[in-house]
Design a protein around this ligand. Sequence first.
Ligand code: SIN
Ligand code: NI
Length: 272
Amino acid sequence: MAGQVYGGCYAVIDEQVRFYEENGFVQLPDVLNAEEVAALRRALDVAIEDRKRLQENWGPRGDEGYTKVFLQMVNVWERYAAFEEYVLSPRIGEIARRLTRSSHVRLWHDQALIKYPKDSKATAWHQDKVYWPMQENGALSCWMALDDVTVENGCMWFIPGSHKLGPLNPVDLGNAGDADLLQMLPLGGRESARPHIAEMKAGSCTFHNGLTFHYAGPNTTDHPRRAMVTIFMPAGTHYMPLEHIVGDRGHLREGEEFHGPLFPVVSRRDDQ
Ligand code: SIN
Ligand code: NI
């Protein structure tokens, strides 16, 4: 089926780019069709089984707190052709390129995030950028829903404009406790923060800037909540040493621009 899925382009209009710049996130409906979503769900089932069978950890080290937040499997694009096809597809990368007004974007890493039901914990309010080994602040995530997502099963929430606060202190995602982090943000408390709750259908997605505060509630339903995240870096993103879940696999020097096959260019402007 190579080349038959994730073809074509998703037309992002200028208003959506401006919305992203102003708010630090944007929600886009129907980016994948039902067949494409089904292909990713099948690939995810295989990955989850393989991981169990091989007893391998493709995410952070086992931490009871963290595993109740979600199962995280990183860089699945390198293990499975079905994920590679999706993650490197110009349809998704081109949206990231347009939103960042960049000449090209590179992949930082992907991750499947499965929030299991029942004994489920919220993903605490946080900014992604503070965990990333990058000097600049432009990188962004595409959070693709592989199930219909609602407040009940742990959809994403965003604080509009919070990317303008700049980087704040990192949060221990597995053990953030019940503290209402929203109250601690210099945003005038929960009232004025007015989160956007990104309920959406499978195949729809959000893009959020690495500095935008986001959250996902616990999954209180009977079914897993599956999402596929791809993280992109605009041109001119430079390495800054920082311990990270994917490790220092690029062996870049401090201040060096990200490059090479581990961080492939996913979309490039035609005239480049
Ligand atoms: C989640 O899917 O629960 C959180 C995703 C994120 O932090 O980017
Ligand atoms: Ni995050």
